[in-house]
Write a protein that binds this ligand. Sequence first.
Ligand code: ADP
Ligand code: ADP
Length: 226
Amino acid sequence: RALIQGSHLTKIYATSTGPLVALDDVSFDIREGEFVSLVGPSGCGKSTLLSLLGGLEERSEGTLTLNGQDLDRPRPDIGFMLQTAVLFPWRSVMENIRLPGAILGLDRKAQAERCQELLELVGLAGFGDRYPNELSGGMRQRVALARLLAHDPDVLLMDEPFGALDEFTRETMNLELLRIWSATGKTVVFVTHNIGEAVFLSDRVFVMTPRPGRLAGVVEIDLPRP
Ligand code: ADP
Ligand code: ADP
């Protein structure tokens, strides 16, 4: 069943040298629980499309819905993860993970339990009292992943989340992401310019053309999951 539907999406940025078409007439749907990757060369509009899905940018034309509701603003059931985690340095790992729940006013006790479980899920049990500057890059992204899951969003939007990590850590994190994805049933939209990574991770790969970004094709992947 289609969870997210985009129809004739166009995004034009106003720039000092005039209008810039970043996305041109893009239509797609994303099923519930699906893992979709967006691939294409730098500048083809992957981050722009992710920003529209996250309600962070206004579209120029077209429609975009989640469960039939217009996706025109950020919402708590859609979570975002970027290449480099923005963690509060003066807050412990656990406090960082608990922040979204605190902001959303979720039940403190339930959140404390959930966040402890999440810490274990991402392999950081025992690191709750540490501070971000004591952690490696891979561990910081694990914190970001736990924080992303803390308020239990249905959709995870990930923009090259492991792109800054070394090859080995990246592969480890990809495997962990797949494990978490199959354990939680989340819908994932994952941006990468690495086709190998997209094929490895995804149910479907959306291939975008160089600017102006159009959807060149959608590739169904049927690899056995690790
Ligand atoms: P990708 O993520 O595939 O590298 P982006 O979505 O970041 O592509 O960018 C698509 C195009 O839109 C690029 O030409 C980029 O320079 C331009 N662009 C992105 N964000 C903005 C913005 N806020 N203002 C103006 N142009 C932008
Ligand atoms: P390319 O042909 O594009 O270089 P690779 O086969 O090197 O692709 O894989 C690219 C990325 O895909 C890796 O860096 C990793 O993130 C992911 N990947 C591929 N195979 C695995 C695997 N067995 N375990 C985890 N990640 C993998």
